[in-house]
Design a protein around this ligand. Sequence first.
Ligand SMILES: [Zn+2]
Length: 318
Amino acid sequence: MLQLRNLLFTLCFAISLSLTGQKKAVFILLDGIPADVIEKVETPVLDEIAQTGAYTRSYQGGELGEESETPTISAPGCMNLITGTWGNKHNVWGNSVKDPNYDYWNIFRIVKNADPNKKIAIFSTWEDNRTKLIGEGLPEAGNLQFDYAFDGFENDHETFPHDDTRKFIFDIDEHVSREASRYIKEEGPDVSWVYLEFTDDMGHKYGDSPQMFDAVEKADIQVGRIWSAVKDRMDTFGEDWMIVITTDHGRKPEDGKGHGGQSERERTTWIVTNRKDLKPSFHENPPVVDILPSILDHLEISAPPEIEANLDGKSFIK
Ligand SMILES: [Zn+2]
């Protein structure tokens, strides 16, 4: 009888732990991979995550022919993702990021505003994501500070000597994804962004090519490191993690080299997540701006009403 009581106690404890598992999220942006390419190339890690949750085609570029139409370029595409709004609001139209409008808060600012104890982290092959798009430390961007930032290696010509092959970008992606994995596994930050770039470089250089497909396979391995860390956190600490992987734009239909326009191939992107309980809207070509409200939903965090009212996306979580 005592044994049964102990067993029941352990069971209840385990159930309450899993019910109260802390909500955490990591989103990964793999630069410039069209949906048809991600679907064609072997990506066992993305497949595994999609089998846990789901895969869908989605779109970037704002609403075609409307005020919100946004160039299919990296910085605007990233900004669409992290603010849940299009270019006519966040005002990032190109990679020079001239005059961002920080009135449309990014996900990190929303999370820190809701709970200053939440830990935020960024792991990125492109430092501008933190310094310009998020505007870390800028008063007009809310004086936001990351608890952990691992980026800027593209400025370190000594450790990562630059050359035309762009191998140094692959090396930085390796460095960044390994550290993202280590840090997530050990520290379990509440919200993290991982940005990896090499796929875009191979797209620009070779277009639709074995080199591009190889870069996608390499990116899948890098995602695998982070997915392993997430699984480890779920198993070890009973945390409830949402992982989202997406891209910032597709590529030109003719050869897969350039991007920036509004052709269907440049606009057509994709989303992979481990979340199972998805609304039908997830499978109906959702815009990238749906990701921010979905992550907030997962974290059970609300944006301030004026920020929420201006979001261009809707949560795809049930
Ligand atoms: Zn890009």
